[in-house]
Design a binder for this molecule. Structure first.
Ligand code: GLN
Length: 308
């Protein structure tokens, strides 16, 4: 049984084993503020439901969560709109890079899913339409989920992304053309850049995602309410869409729902068992952390536990 396993020992062994891959890839630099991150950082944090937490390395250092924020914004949007949300976006894997425009044009402005940038911009728009102060609501939600009141936005990273958001601006204007963005393009881009700039540690992320790992109870945090099936849906979309055009590969290697960000973070959940966050800034060509995927692949292999 899982609680008999020595997860701490397994994690420490894995971190040693994957060292040969530690120098592969490089950190994201299309957002200038991310280019200065130390690429050799590595942290991992496991939160076991009803068990002890396990950790290794730089698990307490904050980094830019980037697209992992899309899970938090989806939870808020689903709570606000329910099933109506799916009138404006889909739930199919895109098979395209996170910032791709082509599919959005031939599918007439309806993004494939909430985790590619096009879908996340629509979700950001939904939050802006419903909430008086979406920025404040979002950060309070993340603080409550993680149990860390010091979690915050990075103005430097948000500004840096906004200033260079040429592709996201193109996507947003295309959405606007198809009347799938209700707020001004500029407001949506600013809010989207802000939520991506949130800084959290592996510990904060693993603890926040415990709420999604608790898949057999309704979700009720900081005014965000989801039914058991709402939580199931978020996990299902993480499984099928959490890694853009590498979602199939992640599922194949790791076998857990998860979400990555170009800050080098990956968080994955094993419903009813645990959540686990890994951080290593060096990315592969899909924008996903190389060591992060390696560590999780080894973890589910060594423990012989995955959802499959
Ligand atoms: N803020 C980033 C962007 O829009 C998020 C991308 C990511 O983490 N994959 O480009």
């Amino acid at each position: 049984m899982m609680h008999d396993r020595n997860y701490q020992e397994i994690i420490e062994n894995i971190c040693r084993e994957i060292q040969p891959y530690a120098q592969l890839g490089r950190q994201a630099d299309y957002i200038p503020a991310l280019a200065s991150v130390d690429p050799d950082k590595f942290g991992i944090y496991l939160s076991v439901l009803g068990g002890d937490d396990c950790m290794y390395g730089d698990y307490d250092t904050c980094f830019s969560i980037q697209s992992i924020a899309k899970v938090f914004s989806l939870a808020i949007a689903l709570s606000l709109e329910g099933e109506n949300l799916w009138m404006r976006l889909g739930k199919e894997p895109s098979g395209t890079p996170f910032n791709s425009l082509v599919q959005l044009e031939y599918e007439h402005g309806r993004p494939r899913n909430p985790f590619i940038n096009a879908g996340a911009l629509v979700v950001a728009d939904v939050l802006l339409s419903h909430l008086d102060d979406a920025q404040e609501f979002f950060i309070q939600f993340v603080r409550q989920l993680s149990g860390n009141v010091t979690v915050d936005y990075s103005m430097e990273v948000a500004e840096s992304e906004y200033e260079t958001a040429y592709l996201n601006a193109s996507i947003a204007y295309l959405l606007k053309h198809y009347v799938n963005l209700h707020n001004p393009v500029d407001e949506v881009l600013r809010f989207y850049s802000m939520i991506c700039s949130v800084e959290m540690s592996c510990r904060d992320l693993a603890r926040a995602f415990v709420a999604f790992a608790k898949s057999d109870e309704p979700f009720d945090h900081a005014g965000v309410k989801l039914s058991v099936s709402g939580v199931k849906r978020i996990n299902a979309i993480m499984q099928t869409c959490g890694f853009y055009d590498e979602a199939g590969e992640f599922s194949f290697l790791v076998g857990l729902p998860g979400k990555s960000g170009v800050g080098g973070g990956i968080v994955a959940v094993y419903p009813s068992r645990y959540s686990i966050a890994v951080w290593s800034p060096r990315l592969n060509k899909h924008g996903n952390s190389i060591m992060g995927i390696k560590a999780l692949e080894r973890f589910t292999t060594e423990t012989s536990e995955s959802i499959f």
